[in-house]
Design a protein around this ligand. Structure first.
Ligand SMILES: C[S@@+](CC[C@H](N)C(=O)[O-])C[C@H]1O[C@@H](n2cnc3c(N)ncnc32)[C@H](O)[C@@H]1O
Length: 454
């Protein structure tokens, strides 16, 4: 990557949305320009900030012909340079329309779906649906940083430092009003904040990172470098001291009849409606595609939201939850202490699959990196009849669907969810069925019983 002083400012007609929050235009020489801060249809001037082989990246400096969907930024923090709400300037409903276009586009380009294949899906080409009516104030779990004066703030986009005194529009406002703590946090610490289902706030301070751990923040770097740095930061974070500032070390969340006590520093869906909607969606999609459900796997299962719905709604005989996170699995063990049918495996998914009993239904909910070729190959070799893929990065999700297709699984339905309003992120859930006649090596002992949906 080199800077491109020769390009300077460009005047561009912006054509269509791109995955990742930019919009696509073409420079006079025909090169593709990914424009940040623009809405398809607009005429803008933009400054080139990156010149990569084959395409440019530019940032809007002036909107000459604004879209009717342009809004004053809904997020004060983003308007002041924070990296939180990259689509804060787009009306939330229109952003959903753009996300639907992006979802079908990545399914075509990366997932290998033709227009006919998308039209043939149950429900037709997928769209991105709202999780609830709230475009703002939906987040119940968030992270913040602490500046040198002990004040909470949001990390800047693409740069070191914090934006202080300007709230982000994503969190429930009960979560991030921290003025009472101004000057009282440890400089350079991180904060984990959670609102539990009763509306109580839980706040943990994570001691300042050492220099290696700080690598994971800020600054411009290639995507691969950023992800590696994030992994290193997470590893370091586990070793950092934590201090409960308010509330408890774990927060209670409920889905259906089950409750979980999830560590404040651990993983739970960020949108208050997400866990319930995804659980219902998984149950619905599985029930549509199998009339027998015996043993299931909940891969990357965390605390076991899907294990619960497979057991409680679909009456699975046995569910194996696999996750590498000790905190999530401790929560799962406590929640399922009286369920003989639910077993917890603390392992990497790739290492665990070979040792699990055969399953007729597999739900996988990998992190943003997706499951990848190795895990998809192992999964397909085990030969479940039905696979449900829950993806929080649509490009990796589409790649995993393509890998599943290569391994004999046909996608039947895909649903998109606007689980991160004000940002470009999209959640998608697909159901696939085994379409080849290759028998599973372990299909004999599935112990199937009729699937019913409560
Ligand atoms: C998107 S979260 C989903 C968690 C859970 N399904 C839920 O909805 O709460 C991804 C989960 O994958 C786990 N994870 C990430 N990489 C893993 C791996 N290689 N093997 C096992 N678990 C992994 C994380 O600990 C995290 O709990």
């Amino acid at each position: 990557m080199t800077s491109a002083p020769s390009f300077g400012a460009l005047t561009l007609r912006v054509r269509r949305p791109a995955n990742g929050g930019s919009a696509i235009a073409h420079a006079d020489d025909g090169r593709v320009v990914f424009v940040r801060g623009a809405i398809p249809g607009e005429l803008v001037t933009a400054t080139v900030v990156e010149d990569r082989s084959g395409f440019l990246v530019a940032e809007v400096t002036e909107v000459l012909e604004p879209s009717t969907h342009r809004r004053d930024p809904l997020c004060s923090a983003a308007a002041h340079g924070a990296g939180c709400c990259d689509l804060a300037y787009v009306a939330v409903e229109h952003a959903r329309t753009l996300k639907s276009e992006i979802l079908t586009d990545v399914l075509r380009r990366i997932g290998g779906f033709t227009d006919d294949a998308l039209a043939a899906l149950d429900g037709g080409p997928p769209t991105v649906a709202a999780l609830d009516d709230a475009g703002t104030g939906w987040r119940i779990r968030t992270r913040m940083g602490v500046d040198a004066h002990g004040r909470a703030g949001l990390h800047r986009r693409g740069a070191a430092g914090l934006v202080v005194g300007h709230p982000c529009a994503q969190p429930d406002s009960r979560l991030t009003d921290l003025t009472a703590f101004d000057g009282r946090f440890t400089p350079d610490a991180d904060l984990a904040l959670v609102l539990d289902d009763d509306g109580a706030r839980h706040l943990i301070e994570i001691a300042p990172a050492d220099d290696a751990a700080k690598e994971g923040r800020g600054g411009r770097r290639s995507d691969g470098g950023r992800r590696a740095a994030q992994r290193r930061r997470r590893r370091h974070e586990r070793a950092r001291r934590t201090r409960v500032v308010e509330g408890l070390p774990a927060a209670r969340h409920q889905v259906g009849k089950r409750t979980w006590d999830i560590p404040v520093t651990g993983f739970w869906q960020g949108h208050r409606a997400a866990a319930g909607v995804y659980a219902q969606t998984v149950a619905d999609l599985v029930a549509r595609h199998t009339d027998s459900i015996g043993t299931c796997w909940d891969l990357y299962g965390g605390a076991g939201i899907f294990a619960a719905t497979l057991t409680d709604t679909l009456h699975a005989q046995a569910v194996h939850i696999v996750d590498s996170d000790a905190g999530a699995l401790a929560a799962a063990e406590a929640t399922f202490a009286d369920d003989d049918g639910i077993e917890v495996h603390r392992e990497e998914v790739a290492a665990a699959i070979g040792g699990l009993p055969a399953a007729g239904v597999v739900v996988l909910d990998p992190p943003r990196t997706g499951a990848g070729a190795q895990v998809i190959g192992q999964l397909a070799a085990a030969g479940p009849d039905v696979v449900v893929h829950v993806g929080c990065d649509v490009a990796r999700f589409a790649r995993d669907l393509a890998l599943l297709a290569e391994n004999g699984y046909q996608t039947r339905e895909i649903r998109g969810f606007d689980a991160f309003p004000l940002t470009h992120h999209i959640e998608a859930i697909a159901v696939l069925v085994r379409s080849n006649s290759r028998p599973s090596s372990r299909s004999a002992d599935r112990g199937a019983s009729p699937a019913t949906v409560d």
